[in-house]
Design a protein around this ligand. Structure first.
Ligand SMILES: NC(=O)c1ccc[n+]([C@@H]2O[C@H](COP(=O)([O-])OP(=O)(O)OC[C@H]3O[C@@H](n4cnc5c(N)ncnc54)[C@H](O)[C@@H]3O)[C@@H](O)[C@H]2O)c1
Length: 448
């Protein structure tokens, strides 16, 4: 099938590539010239496991193309995906300017029937606005072509996006057109062979499904962070509690890890946007507000532990920071907890020596050159002459360090473990002080 994908970010590039892998003719379009030029030269602008070889071979075999020519993209596709960003507005609502700009572009160039598929995460009612924008642009040219707008939210996880896209848990399609639904079912048939994954529904339910999924996952995390804060105060270990509750199949082990707060391009903005949508419809979403508030505080947790340990005086201290991306296996630092921590450390007069396996380039782009930041070449290089180690992202490479080596490097002999990846006893046996999240027992032992 002939498919065009607007937006070659985490979602658009992965979607377009997986559709090409299944034999479709895919044209990816972006307004970012640099990105398109890089992609045409076989350079993939993001780190996503398994993506590079897939892009390269589909490109070489002529099924996957990249362009900045939006008119060409509208003319190419029988199916037009919108996969552009929906960042938060000033008040936290989803900013739809990019989605609606694509819709107007489609209306300006449409020359036959097409299915317009909205893959961006958008508030309930956006499909109607997309339809109006396309129709408006068509009317301006005096053109009259039929089209359908479908909601097909994306559930891929950064870090495992290719797998998620090739083997989705579910394919949600919100449509009010039998013809459009049929076309999408054909497009997705190769992804749907093992068992029925398609959940077809009305458009508004599909739009809300995406927000409900992210809000539920964010709620699990904030809930566990709240439990961790209680555990810390009452002298319990949240890791014991986690295992104790995860064994209940009604609760399950997934997504109940306490930590230094959730980040990324989705949870923070989607929880906020859903809360604002509820508000626009006259409902005060109290749980969502609490989920967001707990997370914002949790992002300060590591700094609070650090500050407490050093008696509030961080001037001139040097911190090795392991992990900058918002989670492992991605270079994405959007709304990452590391950013808030670094800002607080700098504000308090401390220096940072940071290392991340994939996000160093992104960190350089975000922070630029500063005297109080060293972007270290390796995890061990970040430790040189540091006073303490802070682990912010749970990359596998950080899980089994040589604690004796850490002890020999860290002048103040202390580890702040923002993802509870270490066993407090092993750390303490090496003669280091240990702070985790919600590990009341070790905090008590460390004499805090
Ligand atoms: N990143 C994720 O894990 C994820 C998962 C599920 C859903 N989503 C949702 O998918 C959408 C896209 O997210 P993302 O992370 O891929 O964003 P992104 O910022 O990585 O990519 C968006 C791309 O769209 C391009 N763009 C903007 N305006 C354009 C236009 N008029 N025409 C063509 N291209 C244009 C930008 O240049 C950019 O390359 C968002 O709504 C997001 O909430 C993201």
């Amino acid at each position: 099938m002939k498919v065009s994908v607007f937006g070659t970010g985490y979602v658009g590039l992965v979607t377009g590539t997986c559709l090409a892998e299944m034999g479709n003719q895919v044209l990816c379009v972006d307004i970012d010239h640099g990105k398109i030029e890089a992609l045409n030269n076989g350079k993939i602008p993001i780190f996503e496991p398994g993506l590079t070889p897939m892009v390269v071979h589909n490109h070489q075999e002529g099924r996957l193309h990249f362009t900045i020519d939006a008119k060409h993209a509208v003319e190419h596709g029988d199916i037009l995906f919108i996969a552009v960003g929906t960042p938060p507005d000033e008040d936290g609502s989803a900013d739809l300017q990019y989605v609606l700009a694509v819709a107007r572009t489609i209306g300006r160039h449409l020359s036959r029937y097409a299915v317009v598929v909205n893959k961006s995460t958008v508030p309930v009612g956006t499909a109607d606005r997309v339809k109006d924008a396309i129709q408006g642009a068509l009317s301006e040219r005096g053109a009259d072509f039929a089209f359908d707008v479908v909601s097909n939210p994306e559930f891929l996880k950064e870090g495992d996006a290719v797998n998620d896209c090739m083997k989705p848990d579910r394919i949600v399609i919100g449509s009010d057109s039998a013809k459009a639904l049929d076309i999408l079912k054909k497009l997705y048939a190769p992804f749907n062979r093992n068992h029925e994954r398609i959940k077809d529904m009305d458009i508004r339910s599909a739009e809300l499904t995406k927000y409900a999924a992210n809000a539920m996952l964010a709620t699990k995390i904030s809930f566990m962070n709240e439990m961790a804060n209680i555990a810390e105060r009452v002298g319990a270990d949240i890791e014991m509690v986690r295992q104790g509750i995860g064994s209940d199949p009604r609760i399950g082990y997934s997504f109940i890890y306490p930590g230094a707060g959730y980040g990324g391009s989705c949870f923070p903005k989607d929880v906020q946007a859903l809360e604002r949508t509820a508000g626009h419809f006259g409902y005060q979403a109290k749980i969502l507000a609490a989920v967001e508030a707990v997370n914002e505080e949790q992002k300060d947790k590591l700094f609070e532990l650090i500050s407490r340990h050093f008696g509030g005086s961080l001037q001139g201290k040097t911190f090795a920071v392991w992990g900058l991306s918002f989670k492992p296996n991605t270079d994405d630092m959007r709304a990452a907890s590391s950013r808030k921590l670094l800002a607080s450390l700098w504000q308090a007069g401390a220096r940072v020596q940071a290392f991340d396996p994939e996000a160093m380039h992104e960190a350089g782009r975000i922070f630029g050159h500063r005297d109080d930041l060293v972007l270290a070449a390796t995890a061990n290089a970040a430790l040189q002459n540091a006073d303490a180690l802070v682990v912010v992202t749970e990359w596998k490479n950080f899980r089994s360090p040589d604690f004796q080596l850490l002890k020999s490097h860290l002048a103040d002999g202390v580890i702040f473990d923002g993802r509870n990846i270490y066993d407090p006893e092993s750390v303490e046996q090496a003669g280091l002080a240990y702070y985790g999240i919600g590990r009341g027992r070790s905090v008590a032992k460390a004499g805090a």
